[in-house]
Design a protein around this ligand. Structure first.
Ligand SMILES: [Zn+2]
Length: 345
């Protein structure tokens, strides 16, 4: 089959590799119908050290089950399924608490001998706990929206849930990438009536307004902080959903959150040290939360709205490419000429 590998920063290649097969009785093999490039794939695209051996890429997919291990029940060959960006057994102590990204038997795609999803097929460990059957055909127009359940929609939703967003919450979303826009959609779904989207790409913030943003702040840094403070009567917001991951985004979050508020991070932090002391979080009683979203915990909850067309998160995809053009897809997302690239292998 053909599959995508990264050999170093900026070096993405599509290569022929052996087809994946079952290794454990708990595995499945899925033929990938739709995949995509993630904003988080851009971090290694900027910084991965060069190596002889490429790293498999991609962690978002939906596809058709081609083969099933003996211990996997509840599925059959030919089922269309979606997978979250982490696999999990859905039964261990952490899964039962809704924290599937910490599953005792789980792990992440493209790590430790598991392939990536920017490929024609993939082996799925812990298939029974990981996969969710989709009640549509593989030519359904809903596929782009259903694919967002693999990561970005669930990740945006996690940000909003961790911040306890509700009808009384004023929200600021930092970042107008796909996760930021999904955080807007999620905050709206949870009832927030005031949602300030901080982003400076007009085509993206327009989509954010469609998804429920009430205000757009294109200014960055201290100007952006000042603008959000003005919009909230000087108080700041109850909930900051941080969907970028850079240090300056964290500083903006600290700047716009109100006393007693919550900063909920889902952008993968590109820093280890950040202010948490008296002048930043402790003094004003700020809660800092967030982490890799246990997307598996949210799929069943978010699925009906997508199936019934009440939300259309798939609008974040603004380009569709074949597998051979995946390197162009990375370039387009890195150059901000595409918001999120859909791959149709
Ligand atoms: Zn588990």
């Amino acid at each position: 089959m053909r599959a995508t590998f990264m050999y170093g920063a900026g070096d993405v290649r599509v290569e022929t590799v052996p087809d994946p097969g079952l290794q454990q009785p708990t595995d499945a093999v899925v033929r990938i119908v739709r995949s995509c490039v993630c904003g988080s794939d851009l971090h290694p695209y900027h910084s991965l050290p060069a190596s002889e051996q490429g790293t498999p890429m991609g962690h978002e997919f939906l596809g058709v089950i081609e083969d099933l291990g003996q211990e996997v029940t509840g599925f059959k060959r030919g089922d269309l399924v979606v997978a979250p960006f982490a696999y999990s057994d859905n039964t261990c102590v952490f899964c039962r608490e809704g924290l599937h990204t910490s599953c005792l038997n789980g792990g992440f795609w493209a790590v430790g001998g598991v392939g990536g999803a920017q490929a024609e097929a993939i082996r799925v460990p812990q298939a029974q706990g990981t996969l969710v059957k989709l009640p549509v055909d593989e030519d359904s127009e809903l596929l782009p929206s259903l694919l967002t359940l693999a990561d970005v929609y669930g990740t945006g939703y996690h940000a909003a849930k961790q911040a306890d967003v509700n009808a009384r919450t004023t929200v600021a979303v930092i970042g107008d990438g796909a996760v930021g826009l999904m955080a807007v959609l999620s905050a709206r779904r949870l009832g927030a009536e005031r949602i300030i989207l901080m982003g400076r790409h007009e085509d993206r913030t327009k989509l954010g307004v469609d998804f429920g943003a009430t205000d757009v702040v294109p200014e960055r840094g201290s100007e952006g902080v000042e603008r959000v403070r003005e919009l909230t009567g000087g108080e700041g917001v109850h909930a900051v959903l941080e969907a970028v991951g850079y240090m300056n985004s964290y500083e903006t979050a600290v700047g716009v959150v109100r006393p007693g508020g919550v900063i909920s991070r889902v952008g993968v932090p590109q820093y280890e040290d950040a202010p948490i002391g008296f002048g930043s979080l402790f003094g004003p009683n700020i809660t800092l939360t967030g982490g890799p979203a246990p997307v598996r915990a949210y799929i069943e909850e978010l699925l009906p709205d997508v199936l019934e067309g009440r939300v259309e998160p798939g609008r974040v995809f603004d380009r569709t490419i074949g597998l051979e053009r995946v390197p162009d897809g990375y370039r387009a997302m890195d150059g901000r000429t595409a918001l999120k690239v859909l791959i149709q292998p």
